[in-house]
Write a protein that binds this ligand. Sequence first.
Ligand code: PSU
Ligand code: MN
Length: 323
Amino acid sequence: MRTFCFRSGGQKLNTTQEKPEWLVISEEVRTALAAGRPVVALESTLIAHGLPWPVNVETARESETAVRSAGAVPATIAVLNGVPLVGLSDAQLEDLARLPNVRKASRRDLGAVVALKQHAATTVSATMTLAHAAGIRVFATGGLGGAHREGEPFDISADLAELARTPVLVVCAGAKSILHLPRTLEILETFGVPVVGYRTDAFSTFYVRDHVPPLPVSVRVESPHETAALFAAHVRMGGAGAVLAQPCPVDVAVPAAEFDAWRSEAEKAAIAANVTGAKVTPFLLARIAELSAGRTLAANRALIVANARLAAEVAGALAGFRA
Ligand code: PSU
Ligand code: MN
């Protein structure tokens, strides 16, 4: 059997068959992968922890629809009853959006939630791990995790470490504007992760489009085809993850000055409430959504869907770069 290998850190991705037996891939996703058709992974932490009901399930469904309209198959990823699933059904997606006590799992938690038969929403890091195991190369989310500004200085998202080791292209609106963005970019450079600006020279900063000063991307591309060529070359030469950063849709983006006031207020509230660890990001996002009277929620939703659409276009272009 002919196999196509994408090497990274000693890992080998076999994009024909032989999926690991511990992973459950939906029929539709399996068929698409076997036929070499484009598939886009979607994460579940933004459903369970990043957005409130019912915006969460609506956003998840809109993202899946956007992927399909652009000619790819969506594969929303989560762990239910200890089973890692690639390609949730609509009922599973709704369960995940409604369940109150779903664990937020990054890469380090995957073994635990499987062994203990728990439900878990997967962050960027855990979703990349499972997408890669399934043979999916493109993944869409809202904003990356990164280095936080306040609190514990070593609170640096596992998303960054995952990008260093797993060959998946993460399509996002850059990193969350609640983060220390220059530090986040420095860490990505240290880890050898290309930060690709989609039709922009400035790194995207989630809800905000006018970050001052503009932060540099490592390279700019103009099309899905250029993105696919870049990512294929990166992986062929032993690279792992890459970031494709697209700015938030202009009609819903929030001005930096307004955002900064909400952010610092939310940070103070997090410190006062002693919020640490994995709870920091969901807490800040929820508080900022309240302070902005829902404006950041609308922006978050729109940017997630826009990223899903772009990811589908890139996955289509990447289908032409197999070997
Ligand atoms: N994008 C969003 N909302 C989110 C996230 C991404 O629009 O809630 C999630 C992703 O799952 C990402 C996580 O991995 O936030 C980062 O969490 P932490 O800072 O704890 O690593
Ligand atoms: Mn963290």
